[in-house]
Structures are given as C-alpha cells and as structure tokens.
Ligand binder design. Structure first.
Ligand SMILES: Cc1ncc(COP(=O)(O)O)c(C=O)c1O
Length: 410
C-alpha cells in the first residue's frame, strides 16, 4: 500500500495552529553557547539557592516519609502546605482564608493557565498591562481571549486608560471578563502600582463586574520600607481577586511550587481543571517546601535575598545613569528583578545582534506589549549577573545604542 505523508498541520486545532514560540525562548536559542553578559535572563540567581539545606531536607523527607512523598497526592495540595499558605496570606493582609480557597499549583504559571481556562471563553476580553509578563500573555492567549492592553506609567496602570479601554470594548459589544495585573515590581517593567490606584482599580472592577487576576510573584523581594508596606489587591477586596503567589523567587523555581487563592466557587473549578492537567503537583517538591517553611529556611534568608537583589539593582541604575544615551529613560524599581528602558526613537530589536556581538544580551520589549507598541523598549534583568558584570554589560550595550544613533544621524 502506498504510504502518504501525514499532514500534521491539518491535525492541529485552531489553537494549535495559532501557537507560536515565545520571543524570549527564541532569544535563548539565539544566544546558544555564546559567552555573553546576560541582562536577558529573568530567573533568580542560582547563587541564592540554599543547595546544601535543600539536599539535606530532601534526603530526610525521602528517607523518613518516602512512602507518602513519592506517592500521588491530593489535587489541591498537601494539607500542611495549604495551611502554611493560609498563614503566609494572613501575613500579607489577606485574612481569614479557608483552605477551600487555596489550590497548590505547579508554579504560578500553571495557576495562570488554569484560571484562564476556567473563566474565559473564546473572544472574551482580558485586560493586561502594557507591557505584561509573557507567561501570563501566553496563558490568556491559549484560552483564546482577546487581549487588550492598558497603559502604565511609573505608578502602574493608568486609571483613565483602564476606563477608556473597558468602555471601548463594551461599546463594541465585547464581554470584558478580567484584568491580569502584577502590581508589585512588575515583570517586565519593575513598576509598582501606587496605593491610591489600587483602590480606584478595585472600584472599577466592581463597577464593571471584572475579576482581577493578581500575580504577586515578587511580593517578598522589596528593597524599601515603602515597598514593603504595599497591600495586595486581594487584601482589599478578596471577593474580586484571584491571587497568585510562588516559592520560585524565594526558594527555588525548580521546586515548581506555588499557589492560587480564589473565592471558593472559583477555587473549586480550578481544582477540577488541575486534576485534568496533572492530578497533583509534585508531592516530593511540596514536602521539601513544607520542611523549608517549618525550619524557617525561607523566612531567615529573606533579608539576605532582598539585599542581594537591591545591590544589583543599584549597580544597574548607576551604570544606566553613567552610560545611557541622551534622551533614553528607564524605570526605578523598588523590588523584583527588572528595569524597563525606553530609547529615544530607536528600535531595540534591530540592535540586539550588535549587542550580542559586543558581549551583552537583553530582551527587546515589543513582545511584552500586546498592542504591538514598545519597539523602542527593552527589558533589563539584574538578577543573574554580578555587579561588575552588570556595569560592564550596561556600558557595552549603551555603546551599541549610541553608535546606532550616531549612524542614523550621519
Ligand atoms: C510575573 C510572573 N509571574 C509568574 C511567573 C512564573 O513563576 P513560577 O515559577 O511560579 O511558575 C514569573 C516567572 O518569571 C513571573 O515573572
């Protein structure tokens, strides 16, 4: 019998055909084995991983409780961890959380994927910040939502623009379902939503019956007293907010342990969706996190971690002050891993190859902007490199920007 070639593309769903590799992953492939200073990598520094302590805890957990830790577990998560998360939420001002509101997830990324699938129908409008986190954009996109961007300034979401975007979408007869926001030390901009705006945003959510998806991945990594006092939206209006937190940035992302807190009815649906995704998150990883919490490993290291990233952030801000081309501007984060730089009229993507040739990499900003703007922006991460490498990298990068500008003006 004659064998015909299989047309795999024909087998794909509409969504499957729409799926595109994300721009940051493409950049990682591009960098390959090149030795460059990476201001692109947005992950925590491996220097912050408590490797010895986790090795000791893991060995103990497997030896003493291996029968449970290596078994399947409840979809919602290990009850000791769910209770510990309720305590963490309490310290963040999100009081009275019953365990029925909490679902442990395989990273916050899974939480984003599940909540998007549970609340969005194809064509529903999901509002996102301009710029926003790529993983969040992907999750909402995979649920076939229509993504509408809301502009930010140095104080986060611009309330007037939020109103305008909601009114415009509604006037077009579209259902505006939710707003995805990263209010603290946002990825990729480093910006924090001002206290006053938090209340205004929640009032708008009430007015238009929106659900807020609050992604607080960097909550613990604040650099100033003021930043440490920021109140989560979920603390102000728990019935309107789905709140996501993670152990990735304060312990280790490889443990893939995070949580989602939502009103009970929504949490129940997320649990069912999760059952279809992975039955449960890794019981072993959760057991390691439980022990880390019990032994005070996370709490004890927080001041050190904050200092670690604060010093690197200061080194990057200082280098930008010294080397940035005239007319450019950048955000001044009070926590987290990222600075967003805006160039005067030049395209950050076209200069990336030259920057890589000069030994430094960054992430061009455009993929973070769902409205296709942001070509003159770039994301700089200070999480990975040493302060010396940050200064060196920023100098090299700015040299490329300045020479591109000089050529354009010649
Ligand atoms: C804003 C934001 N949300 C979620 C995540 C994903 O975190 P997790 O490791 O918990 O999946 C990241 C990781 O970079 C992030 O920056």
């Amino acid at each position: 019998m004659l064998k015909t070639a299989i047309e795999y593309n024909e087998m794909l769903s509409v969504l499957g055909r729409r799926l595109q590799p994300n721009a940051i992953r493409k950049l990682t492939l591009l960098l390959g084995s090149k030795e460059v200073i990476s201001l692109a990598a947005g992950a925590p520094s491996f220097e912050t991983f408590p490797i010895e302590e986790i090795a000791e805890i893991s060995a103990r957990v497997i030896r003493e409780r291996g029968r449970f830790a290596l078994q399947y577990g409840p979809t919602r998560g290990q009850s000791a961890l769910v209770e510990a998360v309720a305590d963490i939420l309490h310290t963040r001002g999100i009081d009275g959380c019953s365990t029925s509101q909490i679902v442990m997830t395989t990273g916050s990324q899974q939480g984003l994927d599940l909540i998007a699938r549970v609340i969005l129908d194809p064509g529903d409008v999901a509002l996102v910040e301009l710029p926003s986190y790529i993983g969040g954009i992907i999750a909402l996109h995979n649920a076939q939502a229509e993504l509408v961007g809301v502009r930010q300034d140095d104080d986060g979401i611009i309330i007037g623009d939020l109103r305008e975007k909601i009114n415009r979408a509604r006037a077009e007869g579209r259902r505006v379902k939710c707003l995805y926001t990263i209010p603290n030390f946002q990825n990729p901009s480093g910006v924090t939503l001002a206290a006053q705006r938090r209340n205004e945003l929640l009032d708008i959510a009430d007015e238009h019956d929106l659900l807020i998806i609050e992604d607080d991945a960097y909550f613990d990594l604040h650099f100033t007293d003021e930043a440490s006092r920021m109140v989560p939206l979920a603390a102000l209006r728990p019935d309107r907010v789905v709140y996501l937190g993670t152990f990735s940035k304060v312990l280790a992302p490889g443990l893939r342990t995070a949580w989602l807190r939502a009103p009970e009815e929504i949490a129940a649906k997320v649990e069912i969706a999760k059952e279809g995704a992975d039955l449960s998150s890794s019981v072993l990883d959760q057991a390691i996190v439980i022990e880390s919490i019990r032994e005070g490993l996370i709490e004890r290291r927080l001041p050190e971690l904050r200092k670690f990233y604060r010093v690197r952030c200061a080194a990057m801000l200082d280098a930008l002050e010294r080397f940035a081309p005239a007319g450019s501007r950048w955000t001044k984060p009070t926590g987290g891993f990222f600075i967003l730089m805006e160039l005067a009229g030049t395209d950050a993507t076209t200069m990336l190859m030259d920057a890589i040739e000069s030994g430094v990499a960054y992430v061009p900003g455009q993929p973070f902007f769902v409205d296709g703007t942001g070509a003159n922006t770039l994301r700089l991460a200070y999480s990975k490199e040493s302060t010396e490498a940050i200064a060196d990298g920023v100098e090299r990068m700015c040299r490329v920007f300045k020479s591109a500008k000089a050529q354009a003006n010649a």
